[in-house]
Each structure stands twice: as C-alpha cells, then as structure tokens.
Write a protein that binds this ligand. Structure first.
Ligand SMILES: Cc1cc2nc3c(=O)[nH]c(=O)nc-3n(C[C@H](O)[C@H](O)[C@H](O)COP(=O)(O)O)c2cc1C
Length: 209
C-alpha cells in the first residue's frame, strides 16, 4: 500500500459516523405498515432539519445483471408503493424495462436512520406521468426532453423552449415486498425492523444489529 493510500485510510478512520445524540426506535410501537412507519420517520426527519430527506438511492440491474445505483427524488407514497420519476429512455429506465425490480435506500445522517425498500416496479398511468412532467420547472423540462440524459455532453445547447409533454417521462413505483427501518446507535447496538409482505398484510421481524 502506498503512503498516499495509507494516509487516506487514516483520514477515513478518523471520520466520525453515527455520532450522538441519536433518537431511539421503540419497535414495540412501530406502525403496522412500512408506509405508515416511513411517514412517521419522514415527519421526524423534516422536523429535525434533515437536508433533502426525500432524496434516495435507486438501485437497478442492467440486462447483464450488473447493478447500478443513483440518487433520485421521492415523488409520492401511496399505500406501500414509493414513487419516483425519470425518463424511460435513460439507462435506469432501460434497466427497469428489462428487469422491473428495484431497491431504494434512504440515509438520514442527522438521525442515524437508514430505510431500505425493495420490490417489483410498476408504472403510473400515462396521465399521472404527463402531469408530473408538466409540474417540473421549465429548465428541467427542457433538459429532460432533449433525451440526452447520461449521453456524452456536446457543445449543442439545451433548447430554450420547454415542452409541456415528453412521452418518455415516466412515474415509476416500487411496490414494497420488503422494507427495513434501521436506527443506528453510537454504541453499535443498532435496531433493525424488517417488514415482509405476506399477501394482504405485513409481518414484522426484529433483526440482530
Ligand atoms: C439530489 C438528486 C436528485 C435527483 N433527482 C432525480 C430525479 O428525480 N429523476 C432523475 O431522473 N434524475 C435525478 N437525479 C439525477 C440522477 O442521480 C442521475 O444522475 C440521472 O438520472 C442519470 O441516471 P442513469 O444514467 O442511471 O439513468 C438526481 C440527482 C441528485 C443528486
């Protein structure tokens, strides 16, 4: 190992994680569904001043089975489905067409909380996707409608005209089959609660840290 790599290792080892104070998680009082538990924690995160608590990592797999991940914004939560929006022509959109399954991960460092959700991916009806596109800001609409997301940047300018429709814009939902709520503890006695769909209901299991 080179000296430079060694000093980066030392730098990383010196960085704190899960620094106190962190809230407790009383699993005996957890909500009966993951959506209700998420809503409870989201309100807590907003009240605690967590920055961008609606930002989450979306993990997909490409057609060769190779995983990929990126950050997106949570757009809605209905029943136990977490919704986001993107272009079906983007790499992640193509992954979801080939393999409509995904995982979402939220991390709220100020609270030491991680939430994981995974399951099959569904698409909203076209009217919902069209409305979501129209509600985007003009520059976001103009950029999305170039269809150039994740393509090499060229000198060609983004068109100034912001279209009001772009058929590839799609609202996707992860219909949770499993969700996990993780509360970090500064002494590493973490609390983990997993919800597993049982077909009509939810089974809750507390996991070892
Ligand atoms: C905080 C944050 C929010 C983002 N929100 C979105 C979003 O809602 N939809 C989207 O398509 N990309 C969003 N992005 C950009 C994606 O992370 C990603 O770079 C882009 O969608 C291309 O991903 P892909 O090449 O895997 O398809 C966001 C990025 C950040 C950092």
């Amino acid at each position: 190992m080179s000296l430079a790599m060694n000093s980066i290792r030392q730098l990383l080892r010196g960085l704190p994680s899960l620094a106190p104070p962190l809230p407790a998680f009383d699993v005996s009082r957890a909500s009966p569904t993951p959506a209700a538990q998420f809503t409870d924690w989201l309100h807590h995160a907003i009240d605690a001043g967590v920055r961008e608590p609606h930002a989450m990592t979306l993990s997909t797999v490409d057609p060769d089975g190779v995983p990929d991940a990126r950050v997106l914004i949570l757009k809605d939560l209905t029943d136990d489905t977490w919704w986001f929006a993107t272009s079906s022509a983007s790499p992640k959109g193509r992954h979801l067409t080939a393999t409509p399954r995904a995982a979402l991960t939220f991390y709220w460092p100020e609270l030491g909380r991680q939430i994981r959700v995974r399951g099959p991916v569904i698409t909203a009806d076209p009217a919902t996707s069209a409305q979501d596109f129209r509600e985007r800001g003009a520059s976001a609409r103009a950029m999305a409608a170039t269809g150039r997301q994740s393509t090499p940047k060229t000198a060609a300018p983004v068109p100034r005209d912001a279209p009001t429709d772009y058929p590839e814009w799609t609202v996707y939902g992860v219909a949770a089959g499993e969700a996990e709520f993780w509360q970090g503890d500064p002494d590493r006695d973490h609390t983990r609660l997993r919800y597993t769909a049982t077909g009509g209901g939810w089974e809750k299991t507390q996991l070892c840290p």
